[in-house]
Write a protein that binds this ligand. Structure first.
Ligand code: ZN
Length: 295
């Protein structure tokens, strides 16, 4: 165990003393997280260098998890995502020219590295590439494609879906997929590209640490709308205790995040998914230890 990891565990342990456990576990965090806590695995939290969020984990400020999807085709914009001024989660498209190089850079900068797994959607079949998971694949083919895609991204800790409005609504396919994900000790974030998605339910039923997107930052794309979506997400974090926002490596999105995120460091904790899940695990352990004392 590295000294950095030990230091971070000590900081997290201190934070447990400072956080009112009843309030943070019972009220602030979504209920769907509770069933998956026991399965959170040794992958979390990973030793990272220069993590920007260690000191903020000492507080019970609202948690903001930002995922940047679709990284790998454009080096310049992808690099800006890896250099964002707070901890974020970088989701890489497989078989793209810059995914491996940018994943190494992002990991060194303390961000989480995710596979952005392409899946069949109900529209835009023209955008499907060879590596995408589609409804016509057998169980074995789906497993093989998933593993091939995973192997392309170094330091991968979890995954979310790219497109997938068709496939994430198919219980059998999601069941097969999450079986493999559980074997690989991955976490999952449902991008929620359809309200009919069953991916999060299937992941949770396999004991996978799983979360779902709340807000897309840039469905319109101009800077004012990205700012408005960011504000909306921060309001959700204040109300619920946490929020998951997904953006893309677009020029406007990067400019807004680079400019505004430093202003919110005092009010919010910007966490990687793995740091958030690690906090949850420690809170749950602390909560159960406290409970035992009263038996
Ligand atoms: Zn995508």
């Amino acid at each position: 165990m590295s000294s950095t990891l030990i230091f971070r565990l000590i900081l997290l342990a201190v934070s447990l003393v400072m956080i009112p456990v009843e309030a943070s576990v019972e009220d602030a965090w979504p209920k769907f997280i509770q069933p998956m806590i026991p399965k959170i695995n040794a992958r979390l939290p990973k030793a990272q260098t220069a993590s920007p969020n260690v000191s903020s984990s000492l507080t019970n400020k609202p948690v903001v998890i930002i995922i940047i999807d679709d990284i790998g085709d454009n080096y310049r914009l992808g690099k800006r995502a890896t250099d964002l001024p707070v901890a974020v989660n970088l989701a890489f498209l497989p078989r793209t020219p810059f995914a491996a190089k940018l994943a190494n850079r992002g990991f060194k900068n303390g961000h989480d590295i995710m596979l952005h797994l392409p899946m069949e959607s109900t529209t835009r079949k023209d955008l499907l590439r060879d590596e995408a998971l589609t409804q016509d694949l057998t169980t074995q083919e789906l497993e093989q494609k998933f593993l091939q895609n995973l192997a392309e991204i170094p330091h991968v800790q979890g995954f979310n879906n790219h497109m997938g409005s068709l496939l994430t609504a198919m219980p059998d396919q999601m069941n097969w997929l999450m079986t493999v994900a559980a074997e690989q000790d991955l976490y999952f974030v449902d991008s929620r590209t359809t309200a009919k998605s069953v991916a999060l339910q299937q992941a949770t039923s396999k004991g996978i640490a799983a979360l779902g997107r709340d807000v897309f930052l840039d469905p319109v794309g101009d800077q004012v709308s990205v700012e408005n979506q960011l504000t909306r997400g921060l309001q959700i974090a204040q109300r619920k205790g946490m929020v998951i926002m997904i953006g893309h490596p677009y020029q406007n999105t990067m400019e807004v995040l680079e400019r505004l995120l430093p202003n919110y460091r005092d009010q919010f904790q910007f966490l990687t998914v793995s740091d958030y899940l690690g906090q949850q695990k420690l809170l749950a352990q602390n909560s159960s230890t406290t409970g035992n004392k009263h038996q």
